[in-house]
Structure formats: C-alpha cells, structure tokens
Unconditional design. Structure first.
Length: 218
C-alpha cells in the first residue's frame, strides 16, 4: 500500500541500534533505509557491512541499502549477504551501470539507481525498464538533516513520464529533507517511497511520525 515509508537509520542513535531497529519493527515503516558512505563518493563516512549485518539481525523490515560509494560493484555480494533486499547504486558512480544492475538482480536483490540533484532525469531513459527503483536525491548526498531542494518536484514528474512512456515498473523514491510538509506534494507529483531520517528520528515520537506519513494518500 502506497506510500511506502523508509526511515533512514542514519539519523538513529547508533549507541542504541537494536532499540532503534525494534522501534522501526513495531512501526508502520515498510523498509529500513541504510545509507552507506565511503568518504570518497560523498564527503562523509557512515558505516559498512558489519553494521548492516547487525541491523539485519534485528530487523523485521526489509533493508533498502543506498550505496553512496565508488566502485559499488565490488561490494554488491557482501551487502546482499548482509541482508540487503534492495540495493541502490549511484548513476554517477557506475561507468557500466547496465552490468551493475544485472549483477544486483543476479544476486536476487531488487535493483535501484540513485541520481544526484544535478543529474537529469532523462539520463535514466535507457535503463528505466531494467530497474525496480529510482532513488531521487533531494539533497546532495553525504549528510542527513539537509534542506530539501525544490527542483525535485519537477524532476519527479519527468521521471514519472519516463516510467509511463517506457512501461517500467520502477518505483520513485525520494531521499533527503523529506517531512510531513513536503510529503503530500511529493506524492502528488509521483513519489512512491519516502525516505525520512532526521524528521523521524529527531521527533519526540518517531513511531507516530511514521504512522502519519503512512496515512498520507497518493
Ligand atoms: C543523504 C542520505 C539520506 C539521509 C536522509 O545522503 O542518502 O538517506 O539519511 O536524511 P534526512 O531525512 O535527514 O534528509
Ligand atoms: Zn539515502
């Protein structure tokens, strides 16, 4: 049932990761969004494979793993083994994107492609039929808690048009600066999956915020 809600564990209390995952288990979240940053593709380092595996050990929701790393093809199998159900790689990090997508699928995972704010929607035209998810970055990747970029609305519309034109089954996920104020408008222009980190985890009642997002209608 849409919208699908994917809280980003990046904004959680890492000293209480099990408790945070259990909160998400009890919530209306559909996925746990897992942000992997390598300090090269993005100017920040988050965590890697062992922590993803630890999250998976406690998670009752599927892991939506967002690889903000160079050469992601080297680590696909490791993240799949660590429990990733969906693996998104960045368009900007993959010179052989088609091959990388095929590899993700051959591991039995769903394949996503993430695009930075400056990357035009149209660049997905030759790949949109092959993927399960487009992760539209609505901030420059690297940090939680940034301001939503307004150009994202029109970009979502262009991606939606592309999906319809190519008869693709890809879902549109919005990642960065999502909150209860902009979410209704994101859904109106075609978003299917909402990632939210700081808006969920910085609230006094994260479970209630997730429920409120889940109750929004497309
Ligand atoms: C940004 C990450 C996002 C981030 C979202 O590089 O990809 O998933 O955790 O956090 P908020 O919702 O705080 O912008
Ligand atoms: Zn992300």
């Amino acid at each position: 049932m849409f919208p699908l809600i994917a809280p980003s564990i990046l904004a959680a209390d890492f000293a209480n990761l099990q408790k945070e995952v259990e909160m998400l288990n009890a919530s209306d979240a559909d996925y746990i969004h897992v942000d992997i940053m390598d300090g090269v593709f993005v100017p920040n380092i988050s965590f890697g494979i062992p922590v993803t595996e630890a999250i998976h050990r406690h998670a009752k929701k599927p892991l939506d793993v967002h690889l903000m790393i160079t050469q992601p093809e080297k680590y696909l199998e490791a993240f799949r083994k660590a429990g990733a159900e969906t693996i998104s790689v960045h368009y900007e990090a993959c010179p052989h994107l088609h091959r990388t997508i095929q590899e993700i699928k051959s591991l039995g995972a769903k394949a996503g492609v993430a695009i930075n704010p400056h990357t035009p929607a149209e660049l997905l035209s030759e790949i949109i039929e092959d993927i399960d998810l487009v992760c539209v970055m609505s901030v420059n990747p690297g940090f939680g808690g940034q301001k939503f970029i307004e150009n994202t609305y029109s970009k979502i519309s262009r991606i939606k048009d592309l999906i319809l034109a190519k008869n693709s089954k890809a879902l549109i996920e919005i990642d960065g600066g999502v909150n209860l104020q902009n979410a209704p408008f994101l859904l109106e222009v075609g978003a299917d999956v909402l990632v939210a980190g700081s808006f969920v985890f910085n609230s006094t009642d994260p479970e209630a915020v997730i429920s409120q997002m889940k109750k929004l209608r497309k």
